[in-house]
Design a protein around this ligand. Structure first.
Ligand SMILES: Cc1cc2nc3c(=O)[nH]c(=O)nc-3n(C[C@H](O)[C@H](O)[C@H](O)COP(=O)(O)OP(=O)(O)OC[C@H]3O[C@@H](n4cnc5c(N)ncnc54)[C@H](O)[C@@H]3O)c2cc1C
Length: 422
């Protein structure tokens, strides 16, 4: 994979031909998740399209010129002009393929697809999800010499990997960067010999047949499946939110806060995540305005006290966002004062959204296990679901406390149960 910088940009990108450019950053889990997919695409499409990488932090001026404000961002060029909308954030392989195919003729696409061959692999256990729950199950199953594969559309680590500091995971005297915990856990799991299929597209899941298809071509058959797919941040569905996602609106402070040095930031939310992430953002930003729908924050007392002691943060209580737009480089958040019904505008350089989560069950196929009314999977004390040989662990299950320690505990229980059964 060729890496270029701003000086080479004209020669390599603007001087004609078909080119796709990946603007990436360091310490950016979505960038790491994209890298293997980008490499695979380069191998497949490399005869027809040039694949290049540019380090965003080292080429900030060029990135700003091209309106790249989130990492990673893929830009598509033909004869020096951008031909397709850029994509950024947690980019799926299918989204890249869809765009690359439009840059080629039907004959060229058919020839490329003909080079891909279907694959079938068989395992005792397939773990869907490589957060702390899935990784722990992997460690126990690997150590029990059970043939296991761990599948994740992103890199292993789950939320742990994007939490800037974890201070409550036992065994560490000092708070640990979440990505280090994710690194330790995934390396430990890899050392047990289990297979990792990460940064893949999950094409389909059939929990009854125990078959998972990834990247459209590879079928994984297993005797047992463990669901550890966690949760996804809620979106507000406010006008402009989708449009400016990755272009002024972010859901990951670890990934994007560093681009707001001495800038003003709006944070939507008032729970633990919102308060913790707002505190983290103040390491970079000059001012953080939090928008919260209730008249008091719902975070834990320690986090609230830290927030109150931080003079960079102000909270607008009983306000809700009604829409987002961009004027020049300024993000405009339209707010409603829930008490007075007054509508006002708040200007900032960027918006971060932390307003809770929903369970990732929609990706699990047509037949789902029994769930509670909020869509969290019901399990027994061995982590078994209502579908035979299907287990669920971590944040996706119906439970009171969602933490790394509780996810790790669930993974342990499912794996030990399975080890005794196989
Ligand atoms: C901002 C923030 C800060 C936090 N801070 C702390 C803290 O300090 N201490 C603490 O103990 N807890 C903290 N938590 C909670 C903790 O991170 C979670 O409880 C824990 O990560 C849950 O682990 P999990 O493995 O169940 O799910 P996740 O960590 O959510 O991992 C789920 C994995 O499944 C993958 N996945 C999604 N869909 C699919 C699919 N279809 N197929 C396969 N894989 C899929 C995802 O890519 C992800 O890797 C924090 C959470 C957040 C959001």
């Amino acid at each position: 994979m060729k890496e270029i910088n701003a000086v080479d940009f004209e020669k390599e990108v603007l001087n004609g031909g078909k080119v796709v450019v990946d603007f990436y950053s360091t310490e950016c889990p979505p960038c790491e998740a994209l890298a293997p997919k980008f490499d695979a695409m380069a191998e497949l499409y490399g005869q027809k399209i040039k694949f290049l990488k540019i380090y965003r932090q080292g080429n900030r001026e060029l990135a700003t010129e091209l309106s790249v404000s989130s990492s990673p961002t893929l830009l598509f060029f033909e004869n020096g002009k951008q031909v397709i909308d850029s994509i950024s954030g947690g980019i799926k392989k299918s989204e890249i393929i869809e765009r690359l195919d439009t840059m080629l003729t039907t004959e060229e696409v058919t020839a490329i697809k003909a080079n891909q061959k279907p694959i079938v692999s068989e395992y005792d256990v397939a773990i869907l999800g490589g957060g702390p729950a899935g990784l722990t199950a992997g460690i126990y199953l690997g150590q029990a010499k059970i043939k296991t594969v761990l599948i994740d559309p992103a890199l292993p680590g789950g939320y742990m990997g994007i939490t800037h500091q974890v201070s409550n995971y036992p065994g560490f005297e000092q708070p640990q960067p979440g990505y280090m915990l994710a690194h330790y856990m995934s390396e430990q799991a890899k050392h047990t010999g289990i297979d990792f299929k990460v940064a893949v597209d999950i094409t389909s899941v059939d929990l009854l047949k125990k078959e998972i298809v990834i990247d459209q071509l590879e079928t994984i058959k297993a005797k047992k499946i463990i669901i550890a797919t966690g949760t996804t941040p809620n979106t507000m569905n406010a006008p402009g939110e989708k449009e400016y996602k990755g272009k002024g609106i972010s859901y990951c402070a670890t990934c994007d806060a560093k681009y707001f040095v001495d800038k003003e930031v709006t944070v939507i939310g008032g729970g633990n995540s919102a308060v913790e992430e707002a505190l983290f953002i103040t390491k970079f930003a000059s001012k953080v305005t939090m928008i919260h729908q209730f008249d008091k924050l719902t975070a834990n007392q320690t986090a609230i006290e830290q927030l109150q002691a931080n003079d960079k943060i102000t909270v607008m209580y009983e306000h809700e966002p009604r829409g987002f737009e961009k004027r020049g480089n300024t993000m405009i958040t339209t707010l409603e004062d829930l008490k007075t019904k007054e509508v006002k505008e708040l200007e900032s350089d960027g918006v971060f959204v932390f307003i809770g989560f929903k369970s990732n069950v929609s990706v699990l196929g047509k037949t789902l296990p029994d769930m509670n009314i909020w869509g969290y999977i019901l399990t027994d004390e061995d982590m078994k679901t209502s579908i035979p040989d299907v287990y669920a662990i971590g944040d996706i299950i119906s439970k009171k406390y969602r933490q790394i320690t509780t996810a790790v505990a669930d993974g342990t229980i499912a794996a030990i149960t399975i080890s005794k059964e196989l």
